[in-house]
Design a protein around this ligand. Structure first.
Ligand SMILES: Nc1ncnc2c1ncn2[C@@H]1O[C@H](COP(=O)(O)OP(=O)(O)OP(=O)(O)O)[C@@H](O)[C@H]1O
Length: 369
């Protein structure tokens, strides 16, 4: 375990009754002082991971370590971990100050220290001077900040945030994203943030775990995940992509659309079936003669910063283009892209599907030989 590791999951499985496991054999490490995001569709197991870190649920199998200590059975109140919930879970009959002071009063801290710590926590979330307000007098965004102040006042080592922004409107949500990110950097606390919003994850995180059906499909920095998705599930979930089937010819050479193209990816076997990803913003509109692909423009939407243009090639494959240039509906155009724009993925939506397909592929290979 690295020096920086604060939390470690080792082959953790969580199963309720005889249902299929909601988490299956999950292993990962969380480093101190970073902003992590668990990203994935509803029901993939994000909250289950948070609940196990907080101590509200126990793993069925496997081990969870906090600061190198096995904590599978350590009660929630003995962990240096605090949670901010989606519904804030504030006490409506207490004012802002008392909501934030609650944990400190339970710890029987003296009055002067409580005053100092609560004032500091409120100023961290830009709510200085709001202590005497009732919760009912606070807006959604302000309540969210009270909930965060209540969590950080306990000086946890890890702060868990379960979709804390999902009840806010878009403008407030963006504002809170800045506040949270900035606060995490100032406090240096490890944040583990749960969301199903990929833009939020990309904007805020040092590291993202992309989850699907009780597994982590891929972990990495926002750039890694966006630029180098490992499979179709991740590519589809993070941003918009053109995903087409193809074949590896050799290192740095792929075939798709019946033609060969240079790329910068290698390391896969010649002839291996692959899928290639090209992001819509990496496709450039040009003349048919100059384009690497020839397509017909089908629809076009103005999105403010760019046009979102849907085109089809002769084989009926759709190509989505984000372009600052406008195209003419129904016209034939060329699409240009650089070798760096081609990202090669192993074929199949998920790792499991990939393994099944590879087995089938190897069987066919043996027959051919
Ligand atoms: N106490 C429980 N008993 C039985 N099944 C449960 C229990 N808690 C969670 N589950 C199931 O575990 C799965 C994962 O739930 P979890 O809340 O971790 O998902 P999630 O990714 O956080 O989803 P969401 O984004 O909708 O909150 C779901 O299918 C859920 O129904």
């Amino acid at each position: 375990m690295g020096e920086q590791t604060i939390i470690r999951f080792e082959r953790v499985t969580k199963q309720y009754d005889n249902d299929p496991p909601v988490l299956a054999n999950v292993s990962f490490e969380i480093e101190r002082g970073k902003f992590y995001t668990l990203l994935g569709p509803s029901g993939c197991g994000k909250t289950t991971i948070l609940r196990m870190i907080a101590g509200f649920a126990e793993p069925t199998e496997g081990s969870i370590y906090l600061n190198d200590k096995l904590i599978n059975r350590v009660p929630a109140n003995e962990r240096q971990v605090n949670t901010v919930f989606q519904d804030y879970a504030l006490f409506p009959h207490l004012n802002v100050f008392e909501n934030v002071a609650f944990g400190l009063r339970i710890k029987k801290m003296n009055k002067k220290d409580i005053q100092e710590k609560v004032t500091q926590a409120l100023s961290f979330v830009n709510l200085e001077g709001y202590g005497e307000r009732e919760i009912s007098e606070m807006s959604g965004g302000q309540r969210q900040r009270v909930a965060i102040a209540r969590a950080i006042v306990n000086e946890p080592e890890v702060l868990l945030l379960d979709e804390p922004l999902s009840a806010l409107d878009l403008k407030l949500r963006t504002e809170m994203q800045y506040i949270l990110r900035e606060m995490q950097q100032r406090l240096g606390i490890t944040f583990i943030f749960v969301t199903h919003d990929q833009e939020e994850a990309l904007a805020m995180s040092d590291e993202i775990f992309v989850m699907n059906k009780g597994k982590i499909e891929q972990s990495g920095t926002p750039n890694d995940i966006y630029d180098e998705p490992i499979n179709r599930f991740v590519a589809d979930f993070i941003g918009e992509s053109n995903i087409v089937p193809g074949r590896m010819i050799a290192d740095y050479q792929v075939e798709f659309n019946g033609r060969q193209f240079e790329c910068v990816d290698g390391g896969l076997r010649p002839n291996e079936p692959i899928e290639i990803v090209i992001r819509p913003e990496d496709l450039e509109i040009t003349s048919v003669a100059e384009g690497k692909l020839r397509v017909k423009v089908d629809t076009q939407l103005f999105r403010g910063v760019h046009y979102e243009i849907s085109c089809y090639d002769d084989s009926g494959q759709e190509w989505l283009v984000h372009s600052t240039k406008k195209a003419e509906l129904g016209s034939e155009i060329g699409l240009h892209f650089d070798p760096e724009a081609i990202h090669v993925m192993r074929f199949g939506e998920t790792e499991e599907e990939f393994d099944r397909r590879l087995e089938a592929y190897e069987e066919v290979e043996q027959h051919v030989r």
